[in-house]
Design a protein around this ligand. Structure first.
Ligand SMILES: [Zn+2]
Length: 68
């Protein structure tokens, strides 16, 4: 039972840890948007063009979505 809980916590926390470590490596210039992130134009799930909603994207084909 405890192993299952630990597994769930690990699965939930892993993406956050990956994101945090990715942001850590940048230069600490502190300011505005130095390098704009490339926006997703294709669905990673089915490869169809996605609809850009500004802060997030949505696939009109398979319904997948995510943050820009
Ligand atoms: Zn899709």
């Amino acid at each position: 039972m405890e192993a299952l809980i630990l597994l769930v916590i690990g699965v939930v926390a892993l993406p956050f840890l990956l994101l945090a470590s990715r942001h850590d490596g940048g230069k600490g210039t502190g300011g505005g948007a130095s390098s704009p992130r490339p926006r997703r134009t294709r669905c990673p799930n089915c490869g169809s063009p996605v609809i850009d909603h500004g802060s997030y994207w949505e696939c009109g084909w398979c319904g997948d979505y995510g943050q820009n």
